[in-house]
Design a protein around this ligand. Structure first.
Ligand SMILES: Cc1ncc(COP(=O)(O)O)c(C=O)c1O
Length: 379
């Protein structure tokens, strides 16, 4: 069977990006965010490659289900998994999973901490704490730091396995954006309080891609042991255009589809659902991709490129097909049965598509549905 639309995942580029991060901060450890099916790239193959070829030993998932899948499918390999958001600690049966499958919940409220501290089976279990330093999503309240430290001490806990916080504005300047500055110093204060209280912090981390790109939270500078990159490992930058970055990643994915049919059209001739009129004489290429693949109707109006011609997604995107309108100069150049690259063909095309469609690269990646096979390339 020949797949028409596919996401080609270039593992050499993934290795390049990880090595770039290691070069930025040779002493930092990497906790690789692999949630949402490896940001749509395929969590299992990406995880296996990262462990066996790149020496990554720690991964971040969002849900217990993702973590369990990673553990089961890569059972023969040695690595740690953190569950960051949907930890489901309130369901008793999950305690067994955490304990037996060596998965670590990241605790972000006091009742979860109480549960861990009061459950005998978790007596020696590593404690990972995430503080809300300004993101206002999940996270322990900074004002509860003394209370938390007391609770740990009362239960004979003298160390925290990993102390975590997360930036809300890492795409903005880390030194200029007020909330970034507050978050950084708040995390420093929390770390100090723990240490001054005699609690050892085995691992600490705060920086995701945008911060890492700006050299914030590198071990050499901040003393944090870990970085938690997600997007940058898959290639795109996550900082705003006006912010100075120190990372130039290689896009890991190429989204390819196939031209099912081409036909010439006259100005005003209508195409597809809702009969959208063509703006001028030109050429229509029908691509074998649609919202059934995670390529949405709201992408209509965005530009795509083929053989040097600029086309535009015209009219309503169908479930399995998309109409691209090209100027008449493309007639006899663009042909049926050709492979058509949506992103990953030329530098910057993903960012351009993402800004035209008012999406973010995170969203474009994660939107791709299982009907688009992930195909792995390694030289
Ligand atoms: C807690 C946490 N750390 C790190 C990351 C990685 O972020 P990014 O993909 O921007 O590097 C995420 C992603 O959302 C996250 O939730």
């Amino acid at each position: 069977m020949k797949f028409r639309s596919r996401l080609v995942v270039n593992l050499d580029h993934l290795a390049y990006n990880i090595n770039q991060i290691k070069k930025l901060s040779p002493q930092s450890n990497i906790l690789f965010m692999i949630k949402a099916d490896g940001y749509g790239h395929g969590m299992i193959p990406i995880g296996r490659f990262a462990i066996t070829e790149l020496g990554i030993r720690e991964f971040g998932c969002a849900t217990l289900g993702e973590a369990l899948k990673l553990r089961e499918e890569l059972n023969e390999l040695e690595f740690d998994i953190y569950v960051f958001s949907d930890i489901q600690l309130e369901l008793l049966e999950n305690a067994d999973i955490y304990l037996k499958r060596r998965i670590m919940p990241v605790i972000s409220n006091v009742s979860e901490l109480d549960y861990i501290l009061h459950t005998p089976e978790f007596k020696n279990f590593p404690i990972c704490l995430k503080f809300n330093t300004g993101m206002n999503r999940l996270g322990l309240d900074v004002n509860d730091t003394p209370l938390i430290v007391n609770k740990l001490k009362q239960h004979g806990r003298s160390s925290v396995h990993h102390l975590i916080s997360h930036y809300a504005n890492a795409s903005s300047d880390m030194n200029d954006h007020k909330i970034n500055v507050i978050q950084r110093s708040s995390f420093e204060e929390i770390k100090k309080f723990f240490r001054d209280s005699g609690i050892t912090l085995e691992r600490t981390s705060q920086s995701n891609s945008g911060a890492i790109e700006q050299k914030t939270g590198l071990h050499e500078i901040s003393g944090d042991t870990h970085l938690r990159p997600g997007l940058m490992v898959y290639g795109p930058s996550s900082i705003n255009a006006d912010v100075t970055g120190h990372f130039k990643g290689k896009l890991v994915s190429t989204l390819e589809t196939y031209i099912l049919r081409v036909f010439e059209v006259k100005k005003g001739e209508v195409v597809g659902y809702n009969s959208t009129p063509c703006p001028e004489d030109g050429l229509i290429a029908i691509l074998a991709i649609g919202y059934g693949d995670g390529f949405f109707n709201r992408y209509s109006g965005a530009h795509l490129y083929h053989k040097g011609f600029e086309g535009v997604i015209i009219g309503r995107v169908s479930m399995d097909m998309t109409h691209i309108f090209f100027p008449k100069e493309a007639v006899n150049h663009i042909k049926a049965h050709e492979i058509f690259t949506i992103w990953g063909g030329v530098p910057g095309d993903l960012q351009k598509f993402s800004s035209e469609t008012k999406t973010i690269p995170y969203e474009l990646f994660c939107a791709l549905l299982p009907r688009v096979p992930r195909v792995y390339r390694l030289n």
